[in-house]
Design a binder for this molecule. Structure first.
Ligand code: BGC
Length: 235
C-alpha cells in the first residue's frame, strides 16, 4: 500500500477523556472523533482496555499515533502528573504495537496537538488547557521535545497549578482568565514566539481578546497532528 492511502488511527490519552479518530494521509479526518471518560483508576491496564473498546468502533487502519499527557522518550513514559503512577517507565509504544500489531508512534499530547495547528514558520508555541497544562515549542515546524512549562514555577506555584483543572476549580473562570492573560504575556517574554496557539478542552472558557498572533485552536487539532508525527524524527 502506498504512502498516499495510509490510514492513521489517532489516539489522544487525556487525564479526563480518551479520544480516537482515523485520519487520511493528509491528516484529514475520515471518521468522527469518539470520546469516552478516562478510566479511574487510570492504570495502564485499565486505560489500554478502554482504548481496545474504542478501537472496535473504528475502521481498518495502517498505523497508530498516540498523544500521551506526559514526558515520552523513545516510546517510554517518563511522567504521569494526571494519570496513575503505575505509568512511570511503561513502554507505551512497544506495548501498543504488540497489542494491535500495527506500527505505533507515541509523543507528548501537546506536541501532537501542536503538529496539527502550526504553520511551520518561525517560533511557534502551543499551550493546552485541559486537566493538565501542556506545552510544545517548534522552530520552522521542527519540535523541540520535552518542554514541560506546566510544571515550571510561576507566581507562587506552577503554571499548571493555576491554569490546569485544579486551578480552574480553585480560582473560578473569571480569575482563571486573568491568570491566563498574565501567563500568555509571560510566555511571550520568555520564548519570544512568533505565534502562540491555545488548545485543549478549557479553551471554550476563554473570555479574552488576543492579538492576531495568538490563536485558539479546535479540540480536534489534538488528534489531527497524528500524521505529522510520522514526518518529524524529533518526537
Ligand atoms: C503534563 C504534560 C502534558 C499536559 C497536558 C501535564 O501535566 O506534564 O506532559 O502535556 O499535562 O496533558
Amino acid at each position: 500500500m502506498g504512502e498516499k492511502s495510509l490510514v492513521t488511527l489517532a489516539v489522544d490519552i487525556g487525564g479526563s477523556g480518551l479520544k480516537m479518530l482515523c485520519l487520511d494521509a493528509e491528516g484529514k479526518p475520515l471518521t468522527e472523533r469518539l470520546r469516552v471518560p478516562t478510566p479511574d483508576p487510570s492504570t495502564p491496564a485499565r486505560l489500554l482496555a478502554g482504548l481496545d473498546a474504542l478501537k472496535t468502533k473504528m475502521p481498518e487502519f495502517d498505523r497508530v499515533s498516540v498523544g500521551y499527557p506526559g514526558v515520552i522518550k523513545k516510546g517510554v513514559v517518563l511522567s504521569a502528573a494526571n494519570l496513575h503512577p503505575r505509568w512511570l517507565g511503561f513502554p507505551l509504544q512497544s506495548a501498543l504495537q504488540k497489542r494491535w500489531t500495527k506500527p505505533v508512534r507515541v509523543a507528548n499530547d501537546a506536541a501532537v496537538q501542536g503538529f496539527g495547528a502550526i504553520q511551520g514558520r518561525g517560533v511557534e508555541m502551543i499551550i493546552t488547557l485541559g486537566t493538565g497544562m501542556g506545552s510544545a515549542l517548534f522552530t520552522d515546524g521542527r519540535l523541540c521535545p520535552g518542554l514541560e512549562l506546566g510544571h515550571h514555577p510561576w507566581l507562587k506555584k506552577t503554571y499548571e497549578d493555576y491554569l490546569g483543572r485544579r486551578g480552574l476549580k480553585k480560582y473560578g473562570v473569571k480569575k482563571w482568565n486573568k491568570l491566563l492573560r498574565r501567563a500568555v504575556a509571560q510566555t511571550a517574554a520568555t520564548f519570544n514566539w512568533d505565534h502562540l496557539y491555545l488548545g485543549g478542552g478549557n479553551t471554550k472558557l476563554i473570555a479574552l481578546q488576543f492579538r492576531p498572533n495568538v490563536t485558539i485552536v479546535s479540540n480536534l487539532d489534538g488528534l489531527l497532528g497524528g500524521v505529522a508525527l510520522w514526518r518529524d524524527e524529533a518526537v
